[in-house]
Design a protein around this ligand. Sequence first.
Ligand code: KIV
Ligand code: NA
Length: 265
Amino acid sequence: IKRVSTAMLQAMKERQEKISMLTSYDYSMAKMVDNAGVDVILIGDSAANVFAGYETTLPITLDNMIYHAAAVARGTQRAMVLADLPFGSYQGSANEAYNAAVRMMKESGAHALKLEGGLEIIENIKKIISGGIPVCGHLGLTPQSINKFGNFGVRAKEEQEAAKLIDDALALQEAGCFAIVLEKIPAALAKTVTEKLAIPTIGIGAGPDCDGQVLVINDMLGMNADFKPKFMRYFANLHEQITTAVSNYVAEVKAVKYPNADEQY
Ligand code: KIV
Ligand code: NA
């Protein structure tokens, strides 16, 4: 099986084939996601939320992210394995960013990295790319900056922030990023950015005109009934299925119906 590369994603944009991306945080899930044909598996720092139960993505560490990314990488054969660098690991300086990037690449087996931000961190991104590491940008609602934004609402609704987002996107492309994630921005702005850029855009809550889409797997599988922003679609209802399966298990154990005569040695 041929591994999805940055060149293949670029070719997909050029022939207008949409790119599919989903997150995974562990080996078993990554194996299913890979087998189902997802082009890019993102080890999102959303692991902080859906895996670890934190309110924000700020607490997750580089070591945590390496552990998740390595598990995912071991479960994949075809998908590109894209890992988030976590809050605090790449903003300080180009050298800090480079060192964090090299650790992630060496210790996890990821193929590319995603960093949040535009012009503020452009030198850090260039340094990572100079080391031969592909970088995906991330603009719009960048959850590592939640304390600056104050809420998880739609970004770049106003002229000034929209203009800055376009400048950032062009700067990321110029720096050599192979793609940019656009999170929770107006669909019209995402369309404009997608048309202006030669590299692919991957949207989440950014409308249908991006070159691809990404969702958090736990959310799109309906594992958390409490989380359903407007852009989310449940492609399964695992919250209900898992709860039913587990309560059936509890009942069978209590009733001494599990294990039965065939389910023992
Ligand atoms: O961490 C994450 O899951 C992400 C996606 C939502 C793009 O960055
Ligand atoms: Na993320």
